[in-house]
Design a protein around this ligand. Structure first.
Ligand code: PLP
Length: 390
């Protein structure tokens, strides 16, 4: 039984419902507050957290390097843009929704030339289009949004990484995994990825506030061979690399104060996640996603991503019928104790809603969150349809 006060079920694409143990670990003051962030107990917790991340990303490469830095997922874009590419260099940004535009804007902030390869809403650029784009210019990095949270489109990062290695081997493969790490399969070593960036509050199931990255040895070499200094101070890999290495080696180290409570929460969450086979975790997210998508189809509704291979397992973007908008149906869902998100893609935001299915709501079926949400969706949809005379 959860010890949390009764509350509406949060099923937006992050932040998500919390595990009790994750929340409780944040009030563990004796180890966190009364002992400093460079005291042995905290150094141990932080060091173990970094090692647990290697498990989550399925990397055993001694040259891969995890980073956990106070900030949100967005900080990951600044870290990539200010360290792994330089002013005037080219980045290829694969666009499957809102987050491609934002990553491109972050790159441009640092003087990087970002070329976006766009697909219609609900689609993703094809491998043939990506291959053609890669042959146009020597791109320093390619960025891929693994799950675009604005559209629910899943990208095939394994196939894209293979393609990049074949046609443009020096291009770093950078994955925005903010809405995928912890629920979609990611094999950092086997797929030969260079950067996967994420955040604490989506499928990892912690409160917001941590920017989390895994960098390959190739990405670190790229950083070390920069011609110009990093283009930022707080986001500089030069400042954070020794800190992360020291913590993992059990040595106290300081650049900027880490968010001690959040690190405890992340440690708790990663310990739980990695205590079971990851394949099982990915499978239950896929199965739950199939169930949600089947229920949506049964209601006669469609998704933004129409092709099954384009559909993420983290969330479902549900297109509303003509005459119904997100502000019509979200209150009817809330009345039934379920919180979904409105649309985010600026061209069609009012015309769809987003149902997030990640973390404990999925891995602990006893909570009944998903079945409750499916039932609420059926009822709310029928109610609004009737009210609108549709
Ligand atoms: C949520 C999200 C972000 C931004 O993360 P914040 O923690 O809100 O800064 C970036 N990319 C994707 C794919 C996301 O889902």
């Amino acid at each position: 039984m959860s010890s949390q006060a009764p509350h509406n079920t949060l099923l937006i694409p992050g932040p998500i419902e919390f595990d009790d143990a994750v929340l409780q670990s944040m009030s563990h003051y004796a180890e966190v507050l009364s002992e400093s962030h460079v005291g042995p107990a905290f150094v141990k917790t932080f060091g173990e957290t970094l090692t647990l991340l290697r498990k989550l990303f399925q990397t055993t490469s001694p040259t891969a390097q995890p980073f956990v830095i106070s900030g949100s997922g967005t900080l990951g874009w600044d870290i990539v843009a200010s360290n792994l590419i330089e002013r005037g260099e080219d980045a290829l940004v694969l666009h499957t929704g809102y987050f491609g535009d934002s990553f491109a804007a972050a790159l441009e902030t640092y003087g990087v030339r970002a070329t976006q390869l766009k697909a219609p809403i609900g689609e993703r650029p094809s491998l043939a289009e990506i291959e053609e784009a890669l042959k146009q210019k020597p791109y320093k990095i390619i960025t891929i949004t693994h799950v675009d949270t604005s559209t629910g489109v899943l990208s095939d990062i394994k196939a894209i990484a293979e393609l990049v290695r074949r046609v443009s081997p020096d291009t770093l493969v950078v994955v925005d995994g903010v809405c995928s790490v912890g629920c979609e399969e990611i094999a950092f070593d086997a797929w030969d990825l260079d950067v996967v960036l994420t955040a604490s509050q989506k499928a990892i199931g912690c409160p917001p506030g941590l920017s989390i990255l895994m960098l390959s040895g190739r990405a670190l070499d790229r950083f070390k061979s920069r011609k110009t200094p990093p283009a930022s101070y707080y986001a500089s890999i030069a400042n954070w690399l020794p800190i992360m290495q020291n913590y993992e080696a059990g040595k106290p180290s300081y650049f900027a104060t880490p968010p001690t409570q959040l690190i405890h929460a992340l440690h708790t969450s990663l310990t739980k996640i990695t205590s079971r086979p990851l394949a099982e975790r990915f499978a239950i997210h896929a199965k739950t996603s199939d169930k949600v998508k089947a229920a949506v189809a049964e209601l006669g509704l469609t998704q933004l991503a129409t092709k099954p291979e384009n559909q993420s397992h983290a969330m479902t973007a549900i297109r509303l019928p003509q005459g119904m908008t997100a502000p019509d149906i979200l209150p009817a869902l809330l009345k039934r104790g379920v919180v979904f998100a409105a649309g985010l893609h600026k061209e069609i935001a009012p015309l769809y809603i987003r149902f997030g299915h990640m973390g404990v709501s999925v891995t602990e079926p006893g909570r009944n969150d998903i079945d409750k949400a499916i039932a609420a969706l059926k009822e709310a949809y029928a109610e609004v349809k009737q009210a609108k005379g549709l």
